[in-house]
Write a protein that binds this ligand. Structure first.
Ligand code: ADP
Ligand code: MG
Ligand code: ZN
Length: 496
């Protein structure tokens, strides 16, 4: 029997707000660089009598996400208490949403080798993060800096049918969240976490079978490996005549296998009930309209527009729209040339080639020193300088090889290309008289090769061109030099 996997994802994403969900404590992404329990207050520590206040920005970010995922925004919203006892949760419950989520009924289109496909979004709701536990020997340490950080949960329909689709969905979602500016996408800081629900069924069957849920997957690698493993495990169970049990599983990264956390019998009953300390949250159509107006152009739309307006290939447009800052940088350079796709392509080539290479080199050095400094492209090469470089090449002032050297100098110093070319005397020799003299000298110095050409050995032309470039230290205008060389050789051949 052939089985098909059925997968639905729950994605938790921290929101990039300045303060926490229900108090004014600062949000520290990934808890980086601060002492534990220094960003806490009576509200997020659940001291008696402390009352929550809804973070307006967090609500706006969640609605923005819902709109980007084609959801309906609920006009009436209730927060709910999700009760469970665990030390990372000081209140003994988490404020979440249950029957009335902010956003529902959306979709996200993904692309895999098998084509494009829509994955349904069941809901996007608002909740708060928990504290962090660290187990040191016999002790368990708790840091509440993360307790109460705004969290958004994005729940998909069980629409995915392969690990490829799972990866495409997760990556696309991260890409969109970053474009929206609601989440940094820094997976290593734990700002996006996945839970995968997996079942299998006989291929062609329509109904849903018993699923398992894998918790706490913090990277694309863990997510895809865990889903892959779980599909294989369930298939083996069923093929051996067994039945899949409904279970909550953990993922053992080192062993690369899932393990049982709790079975159905001990599954939690969260005893959801409406949060009595918060009033219902009403969202008016005007509010939704105002937030919709802030939706930026999303990655796919931008990629398609880059192909259309600048004549870029799908691949190049994809590379350029990976980061919103890079896409903006490209447009700052190329927007004046929309009709001249040659110049636009040149800009695109510089960015995806040399610029990415240099930025990557620099970032890697920083990582080794353990200070990850973000390399901001506009701090390196100003758009007008890149434009100038493209023009210098196009008008033949420098050739492409020289331009690469100039580009490196621009990156290192931030100076405009023209001044680098002038200072280092890198301008191409496009002076006919000068080139003629050099060509004559090369032919005089290499009489044998010149004679070989005359005797019909045309391959020697390339070698002679090399000598001309050498004599000019690479600065000869290649087209002109070749024409002059050819003319000189033919003249000699005629004389023989
Ligand atoms: P819970 O609260 O237990 O996590 P939900 O109803 O919120 O349950 O569903 C969680 C996720 O499980 C959703 O993403 C949904 O698409 C997925 N899911 C539900 N049933 C199945 C199934 N049979 N196989 C795979 N995924 C499923
Ligand atoms: Mg779940
Ligand atoms: Zn607080």
């Amino acid at each position: 029997m052939l089985y098909e996997p059925v997968i639905g994802l729950e994605v938790h994403a921290e929101l990039l707000t300045r303060s926490k969900m229900f108090c004014s404590c600062a949000v520290i992404e990934g808890g980086m660089g601060v002492e534990p329990n220094t960003h806490v207050c009576p509200v997020c520590l659940a001291l008696p009598g402390a009352l929550p206040v809804i973070n307006e920005q967090a609500i706006a970010y969640t609605i923005l996400t819902g709109l980007a995922l084609n959801c309906e925004i609920g006009p009436f919203n209730l927060f709910a208490r999700k009760n469970y006892f665990y030390p990372d949760l000081p209140k003994g419950y988490q404020i979440s949403q249950y029957e009335y989520p902010l956003c529902r009924n959306g979709w996200l289109e993904i692309e895999t080798a098998a084509g494009a496909k829509r994955i349904g979004i069941t809901r996007v709701h608002q909740e708060e993060d928990t504290g962090k536990l660290a187990h040191v020997g016999e002790l368990s340490l708790i840091d509440y800096n993360r307790a109460g950080v705004p969290l958004m949960e994005i729940v998909s329909e069980p629409d995915m049918r392969s690990v490829d689709e799972v990866r495409a969905y997760a990556e696309k979602l991260r890409h969109i969240l970053r474009y929206l500016g609601v989440n940094s996408g820094d997976m290593e800081k734990g700002v996006i976490r996945f839970e995968a629900n997996v079942s299998i069924r006989p291929a062609g069957d329509e109904k849903l079978y018993t699923r398992t849920e894998i918790k706490n997957l913090n990277s694309f690698r863990a997510l895809t490996q865990a889903v892959d493993y779980e599909i294989a495990r369930q298939t083996a169970v069923v093929q051996a005549g067994g039945a899949v049990e409904q279970e909550t599983l953990g993922w053992d990264e080192a062993r690369a296998q899932t393990y049982l956390q709790r079975s159905k019998e001990s599954a939690h009953d969260y005893r959801y009930f409406p949060e009595p300390d918060l009033p219902p949250l009403e969202i008016s159509p005007e509010q939704v309209r105002a937030i919709r107006a802030q939706l930026p152009e999303l990655p796919d739309a931008k990629r398609d527009r880059f192909m259309r307006e600048y004549g870029l290939s799908h691949y190049q447009a994809m590379l350029l729209t990976e980061e919103r800052a890079i896409a903006d940088y490209f447009e700052a350079c190329a927007s004046k040339w929309k009709t001249s796709s040659e110049k636009c392509k040149a800009v695109a080539n510089w960015i995806t080639g040399e610029l990415f290479r240099l930025m990557k080199e620099e970032a890697e050095v920083e990582v080794e020193d353990k200070v990850k400094v973000e390399v901001k492209v506009e701090d390196k090469i100003k758009p007008e300088h890149l434009v100038e470089l493209v023009i210098l090449v196009e008008t033949g002032v420098i050739n492409l090889n020289t331009a690469r050297l100039v580009f490196e100098a621009m990156y290192a110093t931030g100076r405009p290309p023209r001044s680098i070319v002038e200072e280092k005397g890198l301008a191409q020799i496009s002076d006919t008289q000068a080139l003629r003299r050099i060509v004559e000298q090369v032919l005089a110095d290499n009489p044998k090769e010149a004679a070989d050409y005359a005797a019909g050995k045309e391959a020697v032309l390339k070698w002679l061109m090399g000598q001309v470039m050498k004599a000019t230290r690479g600065k000869a205008n290649p087209q002109m030099a070749q024409e002059i060389l050819l003319a000189a050789l033919q003249k000699r051949a005629g004389q023989i």
